[in-house]
Design a protein around this ligand. Structure first.
Ligand code: GLA
Length: 398
């Protein structure tokens, strides 16, 4: 995320809203998830990391209750009065308005603000531009108005904004990765206790490469919420036999098999995937500890098969990319990433083979649909933070 981009946002801010010496800048990253998909809202385990693709915010307080937002990459504006928050048809303002709405529910008085934002997190690619918007804005507002909220408070706030205002009943993975990411580290998050264990994943010999599909993700929110309900349906059947079961985190393969006949087969299939995926995350962390990247990569392929066949959130384009990756030299593991129904695949590739991998995958996608897949080589970086610049820069801007 270059300084140039930030300077441009600051210029846009000044042109739109005039100079404001109280303006602050915040960087809020996208995330990857190595393994552990659709496990977070089942109180299971995930293994994400914040990355070098990020949204930058320039935001200043106002003395009235107006909010004026400008999405630089979309060249689109939105404004409203805080006393009249309601969902916008434009979509993107809802991630920001949801944050204000949740702060107000907590009894905080939120003054108005002026905001310009933009960045290089691809939208709808499964890299969680949504959490970057929610958490980056929440962090900025917390700084500006001195609410004193912790990182965990802000992550939860971002999740609530998405659950309640955007309408996607997402788990907490994206927001925790966004707030707690560290340079060169993946986060094993226990989504029940919210305990985080950091594992080094910065290696000169490996790269994380994302390949984007062209498919629209229109099903994502409705199907996502359905998957969540199916998991809950499975839990309520199992709970009849063991009242201590609170979520699929408390379920193992044997328990599930014992009560298979009581469930519709689709419910069994969804639950079985989640139980297996949780076990895979734990196994993958053990692989990292043993430095066994080959075994780790195999688990990524297994995760993809489960998401495709059991959880049914993949798409033909995602399957094509994963299958193709599996036949290209230097790829240790590949799978769909994020909620699914389009978006990206994540590939762990030997560093020296990255270029040939990109050539090969782009040739294959070009042959298949006439267009080469967008590819992003990512680096694992730290989570959301204030951007503190040299004094000379600040003087130059304001
Ligand atoms: C989306 C949600 C997350 C998580 C993933 C699937 O990214 O925001 O909470 O459930 O899908 O693993």
């Amino acid at each position: 995320m270059g300084l140039d981009r930030l300077q441009n946002l600051k210029i846009a801010f000044r042109n739109l809203f005039g100079e404001n010496k109280s303006a602050i800048a915040v960087r809020s990253p996208g995330r990857v998830n190595l393994i552990g998909e659709h496990t977070d809202y089942n109180e299971g385990f995930v293994l994400p990391a914040a990355v070098d693709k990020a949204v930058l915010f320039v935001v200043a307080p106002r003395t009235d209750s107006q909010c004026r937002f400008f999405a630089a990459d979309l060249n689109d504006s939105f404004s409203t009065d805080i006393s009249q928050l309601r969902q916008s048809d434009k979509g993107w303002p809802n991630y920001l308005l949801g944050v204000i709405s949740e702060l107000r529910k907590d009894g905080l008085t939120v003054p108005g603000c002026d905001l310009v934002f933009g960045g290089d997190v691809p939208i709808g690619a499964g890299i969680s531009s949504s959490a970057a918007l929610e958490c980056g804005f929440a962090h900025a507002v917390n700084e500006l108005f001195g609410f004193g909220l912790s990182k965990l408070d802000l992550a939860r706030l971002g999740q609530r904004a998405e659950n309640n205002f955007v309408g996607v009943k997402c788990g907490i993975m994206d927001q925790i990765a966004n707030m707690f990411g560290r340079d060169g580290k993946v986060l094993k998050i226990d989504c029940r206790s919210l305990e985080i264990e950091y594992f080094p994943f910065e290696r000169n010999d490996l790269s994380i490469v994302l390949c984007e599909t062209d498919s629209k993700r229109s099903l994502v929110s409705s199907e996502y919420n359905i998957r969540r309900q199916q998991c809950e349906a499975g839990v309520s059947i199992l709970r009849r036999h063991a009242t201590e079961i609170r979520s699929l985190r408390d379920v193992n393969a044997e328990m599930l098999r014992d009560h298979r006949s009581e469930m519709e087969s689709i419910i069994f299939q969804r639950c079985a995937y989640v139980v297996e995926e949780n076990a895979r995350v734990l196994g993958a962390c053990a692989d990292l500890q043993r430095n066994d990247i080959r075994s780790f990569g195999q688990k990524m392929y297994q995760s993809h098969s489960g998401l495709r066949d059991g959880y049914q959130v993949s798409s033909p384009d995602l399957d094509f990319l994963v299958d193709a990756a599996g036949s290209i030299s230097g790829v240790l593991g590949a799978r769909m990433m994020g909620a699914g129904f389009g978006g990206c695949t994540i590939n762990v590739v030997e560093q020296e083979k990255v270029e040939s991998f990109i050539d090969a995958i782009q040739n294959r996608t070009r042959e298949r649909c006439g267009k080469a897949s967008n590819v992003y080589v990512t680096r694992i970086q730290s989570g959301t933070s204030l951007v503190v610049e040299e004094q000379t820069c600040v003087e130059h801007i304001s």
